[in-house]
Design a protein. Sequence first.
Lengths: 90, 137
Amino acid sequence: MFELEIVIRLRGRFDAAQAERVQPRLEAVHTSAVVDFAELTYISSAALGLLFAAQKRLQEAGHELVLVNLSPHVREVFAIAGFDSIFRIE
Amino acid sequence: MYRTKRLPRKVSALQTISRWLDDELRRHQVDERTAFRIQLAAEELFTNMVRHNVSLSAEEIVLEVEVSPERVRLVLIDHDVEPWNPASAPPVAVDAPAAEREPGGLGVHLLRNLMDGLEYAYEGGAMRVEAVVERAT
């Protein structure tokens, strides 16, 4: 059986200045994908908004983003945003 | 003692802000948790000012940071603007399902939950917001 896993790797800072650059790449995802946060050091509300919009669009089509390797600080931000019930975080 | 920096009213200035803050916080050996929160406060407050405030004089936004052994204090001042209190932003329904939520509006919500102090003042046409994070012991 053949399986294709799409992995999106985030690196460095994902802030409002980076959001414009990342948005078209997230919009190009049309199936379930893993988002790897291992090398992400910082995230802000602008980035959360983009990830949420992608998740909402994908879930409506029966897909999802699965988030992995979040640092404690980034994970706390997701929890405060209420995103730990919207995203599968592993 | 505090340090000051003036920034143009552009979201692209975030890179300069983050590097400047990173240097200041490292110099004082500020812990990672506190540094993350101060970086977040700087971005959320600065981008709010750039996007929501119309400055009549296009004067630069002033950032101040003061690091003491107990806490880090960050102040942003925007001159010649209309009063707008970020604390007046409506609460976010974090328990609502994704279908009932919209992207955006999370910045102030994060700051309300992650800052140990968040104060707004408006005087003489200048908006001043102060965020405080107590350093981890």
